[in-house]
Design a protein around this ligand. Structure first.
Ligand SMILES: Nc1ncnc2c1ncn2[C@@H]1O[C@H](COP(=O)(O)OP(=O)(O)OP(=O)(O)O)[C@@H](O)[C@H]1O
Ligand SMILES: [Mg+2]
Length: 234
C-alpha cells in the first residue's frame, strides 16, 4: 500500500533543545498507526511538528509526495491533515453549534455539521450547550467533529481517551471504528492500550524522541513481555 505520511529523520524541540531525535514514521493511506510511549517522550511534539505548529530542525514530512516540513499549519491543513489536540481544546464560551460552524468554514465539503450530528447524536442533543457545559466525552466528540469538518485525509489524534471513563472510551472507539470506512488515515497517540488495540493496524513505540519499535498490532499484542519492556506497563 502507498504511504500517505512519510516522515524521515525528523528532529525538533523547543528553543534549541532536542525532543525529537531523528524520527522515521509512516502511515499508509487509510491506515491507522498507534503511537505509544510514556509521558514526556515526545508524542505531542511529534504530532505538533507534523501539523506545522512546531518548525523542525531537520528532516522530511511528506503527505503523498508533497514536502511539508517547516510549512505553516494552515498549509498543512490545506493538504488534508487535521489534529484532535491533547486536552481537546474546544472553545469553552462557544456552543457546540458555533464550534462546528467555525470549523466548517464557508466552502461546503464532504463533511457538514448535519453529518457530524448524524454520526454523534449526543452532540445534536447538546447543540446549544457551551463548550464548558459538556462532559469530557462530549468535548472529545466535538473535537473529533471539528477535525472532520476540515475534511482530512490524515487525522492526528493526541490521546483521545485521556481522562475519560471506560464506558466513554468505548463510545469514542465506536465512533473512530465507524470512520475506518471513510478511508481516513490516522496517527493515534495513546498511553492507554485499550483504544490502540481496538483501532490500530500497526503499533509504533517512542522512547526519548525516537521510534524504538514498529510492527503489526497482532505481533505487538502477542508478545506481552516486549510490550511491557517498551512501555513499562502490563
Ligand atoms: N512548549 C514547550 N516548551 C518547552 N518544552 C516543552 C514544551 N512542550 C513539551 N516540552 C518538553 O518536551 C518533552 C516532550 O513533551 P511532549 O509533550 O511531546 O511529550 P508526550 O510524549 O506528548 O507526553 P504526554 O504523554 O505526557 O502527553 C518533555 O520533556 C516536555 O517537557
Ligand atoms: Mg502528549
Amino acid at each position: 500500500m502507498t504511504d500517505l505520511l512519510t516522515v524521515r529523520g525528523l528532529s525538533a524541540g523547543y528553543d534549541g533543545t532536542t525532543v525529537l531525535d531523528g524520527v522515521d514514521f509512516t502511515v499508509p493511506a487509510g491506515g491507522v498507526v498507534a503511537l505509544l510511549g510514556r509521558n514526556g517522550v515526545g508524542k505531542t511534539t511529534f504530532v505538533h511538528t507534523i501539523m506545522g505548529m512546531i518548525k523542525p530542525y531537520a528532516g522530511s514530512i511528506l503527505i503523498g509526495d508533497r514536502e511539508l516540513a517547516g510549512a505553516p499549519a494552515h498549509v498543512v491543513a490545506r493538504n488534508g491533515v487535521a489534529i484532535v489536540p491533547q486536552g481537546r481544546r474546544v472553545f469553552a464560551p462557544l456552543t457546540v453549534e458555533e464550534n462546528l460552524r467555525i470549523a466548517a468554514g464557508r466552502k461546503p465539503g464532504r463533511w457538514t455539521p448535519e453529518r457530524i450530528y448524524d454520526l454523534m447524536p449526543r452532540l445534536a442533543e447538546r447543540r446549544t450547550n457551551r463548550g464548558d457545559q459538556l462532559s469530557g466525552g462530549e468535548q472529545q466528540m466535538l473535537a473529533i467533529g471539528r477535525a472532520l469538518l476540515r475534511d482530512p485525509r490524515l487525522l492526528l489524534l493526541d490521546e483521545p481517551s485521556d481522562g475519560l471513563a471506560p464506558a466513554i472510551i468505548d463510545q469514542v472507539a465506536e465512533l473512530l471504528e465507524g470512520l475506518r470506512g471513510e478511508g481516513i488515515a490516522a496517527v493515534l497517540v495513546e498511553q492507554d492500550l485499550h483504544l490502540a488495540f481496538r483501532l490500530a493496524d500497526d503499533v509504533a513505540v517512542m522512547q526519548k524522541g525516537r521510534i524504538v519499535h514498529r510492527g503489526p498490532l497482532t505481533d505487538f499484542r502477542a508478545d506481552r513481555d516486549r510490550a511491557h519492556k517498551l512501555l513499562g506497563v502490563g
